[in-house]
Design a protein around this ligand. Structure first.
Ligand code: SAM
Length: 257
């Protein structure tokens, strides 16, 4: 059984397997990094390096974990994100077809997302019956899906091609992708550097992470000069997520000061 979170795929298998037996069986590649939890009959493996191509394939096969309802952390804390401002330019990294995009747009805000896999973006506009156009954007080696009113701009490209020369001055970031827990350290810093470069004056960033590898100390180390981090809320994982070794979700609020 597979659970995909951000850039990570967790695979739960029902047979007892040890790291040694995996190594011997030839599966101990860079892709399968480690068994996080080992019970008598269940093992959890974390597969890193979910490439853009693998994601595009998952979207084509309808195997992504799109969530059709608003995230509880979002509904509970969106007032903090928006902070009584109008037409807030909001960034949604690794957006898929997140329902929070439509919610923000309905409230009059501007939403910019980045996602690989055209299918997610096409489906976002078509399922929500929002008219859109598509143009090539060579600077990101991808495409831009834009609503007719221009307030939703979803870039179909590799996140690491996106930067503040393309879009900048964000007033809010909704980061529910969990990507920070997924990538290797060098990539985590690269990811954080892009996010920081996009955060404009008084930007509020709500970042939801599971608790496998990023903690409060790490977040505070990344967001130092010019930023303040609060550990704002915590939600316990449901049974399904618990079976993948995920205890809960932590919400961090990161302020640009
Ligand atoms: C957990 S899913 C997000 C699902 C979304 N919340 C929804 O409800 O549809 C993570 C998303 O990140 C995208 N993604 C993963 N790696 C990416 C990368 N390097 N660049 C751009 N998008 C990426 C995938 O295509 C996928 O849609």
């Amino acid at each position: 059984m597979i659970f995909v979170c951000g850039l990570t795929m967790y695979r739960r298998s029902e047979r007892k397997r040890t790291q040694t037996s995996r190594a011997n069986s030839g599966h101990a590649t860079a892709a399968v990094k480690k068994a996080k939890h080992q019970h008598s009959d269940v093992s959890i493996e974390r597969e890193d390096h979910m490439t853009v191509d693998k994601w595009t394939k998952l979207w084509k096969e309808d195997k992504t974990n799109h969530t059709p309802k608003l995230c509880t952390m979002f509904t509970k804390h969106v007032d903090k994100l928006i902070n009584s401002r109008e037409r807030v330019k909001t960034f949604v990294p690794l957006c898929g077809k997140a329902v929070e995009i439509k919610w923000l747009w309905d409230k009059g805000h501007e939403v910019v997302g980045v996602n690989c896999g055209d299918k997610a973006l096409k489906e976002f506009f078509e399922e929500n019956k929002i008219g859109y156009s598509v143009v090539n954007i060579p600077a990101v080696k991808g495409k831009l899906y834009k609503s007719e009113d221009g307030r939703i701009r979803l870039y179909c490209c590799d996140f690491y091609q996106f930067n503040s020369a393309i879009e900048s001055g964000f007033g809010a970031v909704w980061d529910h992708s969990g990507s920070l827990i997924a990538v290797d350290l060098a990539e985590q810093e690269k990811y954080v550097d892009i996010i920081k470069s996009l955060m404009g004056e008084k930007c509020v960033n709500l970042t939801v992470l599971d608790e496998l590898s990023v903690n409060y100390d790490k977040i505070r180390t990344w967001f130092t000069d010019g930023f303040r981090v609060e550990a704002s809320d915590h939600a316990k994982a449901d049974r399904n997520l618990k079976s993948f070794g995920i205890k809960g979700h932590q919400l961090y609020t990161i302020f640009k000061i």
